[in-house]
Ligand binder design. Structure first.
Ligand code: FBP
Length: 334
């Protein structure tokens, strides 16, 4: 019978250096929050929270009841550690202030998307929570303190509420995945040192946006669709779950590329830099993959706003390098 090490035991040994004590404490709150969110998600329609609220979030998206419930769960659980000086959430316009007595050692910032893929929650398709942790140079942080490039992240992760609940994270020395054991309610190490295959024959993109894409993306996808008969001389498969967390988890397990490029509808893409693209890029790069806007490494993008959007293409390194190369060349394609 295989014995699995539980996440807090693992982190005690894995987290080294100046942030280890704080990260261990902050992550134990994040883990608690994801366990509480799992319970709410699993109950599904039984909770009567499957519907939309009348309100919209800063992105102009109609908020689902569960967007707000999971947001409250995450904030409540993660403001106790004393290490978090400030938070930012996809669901709230402004940064979240932490009460004085809760930020005695307030040296860290927590940014998160409490319910990624929320358009799927009432149709019982996988959804997730994404988080990113930064240093705070200010115990009473302002907006500008949050606007750090993705390279400054000290930890990032996601929880996937799918066929099982999985938590995947990096603190800058590799990527590890844990599965929630529903009997012991413990996250156990099931996916040590996750690595993304350099090559792949699988892409994920919302094809219904094809006519709005720029030429380099159309060229890349056309070649994938031409398969063996085309320049790539191999067939490609396609997937689109409409939950970024589910797509990236699949890519960590079996390779692939995930794309939400810029298009003529939304010039800067759909996904948010600070709590979607940056944490996922940190994880993907730590697992040997790559991540680009098309013209720039996502982790080097200088943020200008908490809710700013960026074009996102990430996954298997050789494919992402090919996509970035297509953005460099002025193609002669008609
Ligand atoms: P939120 O649900 O957090 O707003 O995330 C955005 C997202 O749902 C991603 O998870 C997913 O990859 C994408 O949008 C799906 O977009 P579309 O609805 O265009 O397929």
């Amino acid at each position: 019978m295989t014995t699995f090490i539980n996440i807090s035991e693992f982190l005690k040994h894995h987290l080294q250096g100046e942030h280890s004590v704080a990260l261990n404490t902050i992550l134990s709150d994040v883990i608690e929050a994801c366990k509480n969110i799992t319970v709410v998600i699993d109950k599904g329609a039984l909770t009567g929270n499957m519907g939309n609220l009348g309100s919209e979030n800063i992105q102009g998206e109609v908020q689902k009841a569960l967007d707000v419930i999971t947001d409250d769960i995450f904030i409540e659980a993660c403001q106790q550690s004393g290490y978090i000086a400030g938070m930012a959430s996809e669901e709230l316009v402004d940064v979240i202030e932490i009460a004085d007595n809760n930020r005695k050692n307030g040296q860290y910032l927590l940014l998160f998307d409490p319910l990624d893929g929320s358009s799927n929650v009432n149709v019982n398709i996988s959804v997730g929570t994404i988080f990113s942790i930064l240093k705070s140079s200010n115990k009473k942080p302002e907006l500008s303190d949050f606007l750090q490039a993705g390279t400054e992240q000290i930890c990032a992760g996601y929880a996937l509420y799918g066929t099982s609940t999985t938590l995947v994270l990096t603190a800058g020395s590799g990527v590890n995945g844990f599965t929630l054991d529903v009997d012991s309610n413990e996250f156990l190490l099931t996916h040590p040192d996750m690595q993304i295959a350099k090559d792949t024959q699988e892409f994920a993109i919302n094809m219904s946006n094809y006519r709005f894409w720029r030429e380099p993306v159309q060229r890349y996808i056309d070649e994938c669709l031409q398969g063996e008969e085309g320049d790539r001389k191999k067939d490609f498969n396609m997937r689109w779950v409409a939950s970024m967390v589910a797509e990236i988890h699949r890519i960590l397990i079996r390779g692939g590329v995930f794309m939400y490029p810029t298009d003529s509808k939304s010039r800067s893409g759909k996904l948010r830099l600070m709590y979607e693209a940056n944490p996922m890029s940190f994880i993907v790069e730590q697992a040997g993959g790559a991540s680009t806007t098309g013209t720039q490494r996502i982790l080097e993008v200088k943020p200008s706003g908490i809710h700013q959007r960026v074009p996102v293409m990430m996954g298997s390194k050789n494919e992402i390098e090919r996509i970035a190369a297509y953005h460099q060349v002025k193609s002669k394609r008609k």
